[in-house]
Design a protein. Structure first.
Length: 259
């Protein structure tokens, strides 16, 4: 894979790895970095990677948020276009054929936490600190934080974090469900080990599971159940489902082929 300006896109065995590569700026989300991310997501989508891992260069930060100096003195239309650009870029993670994992190795503030929230799953190192501090600047989150955070941790906790702008540490983030697990040692190695817990399963069926759960948060239960039934039926039609059930009955390990 390739180095794309402010990020590095590499391969770790069967996984794609994006590293935000502005350690001197705590990997802040400049508009150039966001554009590079969008191109990288498209490149990853065209590969055979089993999952996408995202982390930050250095030991201090996953991503410290937006590059504030780029946000000042802009017209109303430019501000709106900037928010829509960031939202559209992060939304590409939803459309990847493989799951994504944010490996939060240090600070994840503002747009950095919004990037992590846009991933399928989140891991955090013990020194991680997370928050949406935009309110302290007279702003609110603009890259999806007001929508994704309550879906992950609930409305009350999301309002608390957004309205106070406070920082949560790794232990509190785990307790409220903001991250899935805490990791020790080499963060990328821990991310690879976590990804291997599901990456051997059928990617099309994993995509059905992701879509079904996502739709549960966007619809009434009755509509969500209809979506689940449809996606479950689609999963049953895959060759991988036939293989999985045959392997179970034969008491052997399934050999999924993503079809």
């Amino acid at each position: 894979m390739s180095a794309i300006m402010s990020i590095a896109l590499t391969r770790v065995d069967e996984f794609a790895l994006i590293t935000l590569n502005r350690p001197e700026a705590l990997n802040a989300l400049s508009f150039a970095l966001i554009a590079d991310l969008g191109r990288a997501f498209e490149e990853v989508a065209a590969t055979d990677a089993r999952a996408l891992l995202i982390t930050g260069a250095g030991t201090k930060a996953f991503c410290a948020g937006a590059d504030i100096k780029e946000l000042t003195g802009r017209s109303l239309s430019a501000q709106k276009q900037g928010a829509e650009f960031g939202q559209a870029t992060l939304a590409k993670l939803d459309r990847l054929p493989m799951p994504s994992i944010a490996i939060i190795n240090g600070y994840a503030f503002g747009g950095g936490l919004e990037l992590a929230l846009a991933c399928t799953l989140r891991l955090a190192t013990r020194n991680a600190k997370m928050g949406l501090p935009e309110i302290k600047l007279g702003l609110i989150p603009g890259y999806g934080g007001t929508q994704r955070l309550p879906r992950v941790i609930g409305e009350a906790r999301a309002l608390d974090m957004i309205m106070t702008g406070r920082t949560v540490d790794a232990d509190e983030a785990l307790g409220m469900g903001l991250v899935n697990r805490l990791v020790d040692g080499d963060a990328v190695s821990a991310g690879v080990a976590y990804a291997r817990e599901f990456s051997g399963y059928s990617l099309p069926v994993l995509a059905c599971a992701r879509e079904a759960v996502k739709r549960a948060l966007d619809n009434p239960v009755s509509e969500g159940l209809r979506v689940e039934a449809n996606l479950s039926t689609i999963a049953f039609q895959t060759a991988d489902a036939v293989e999985g059930m045959d392997a179970f009955m034969a008491k052997r390990k399934a050999q999924f082929k993503d079809r």
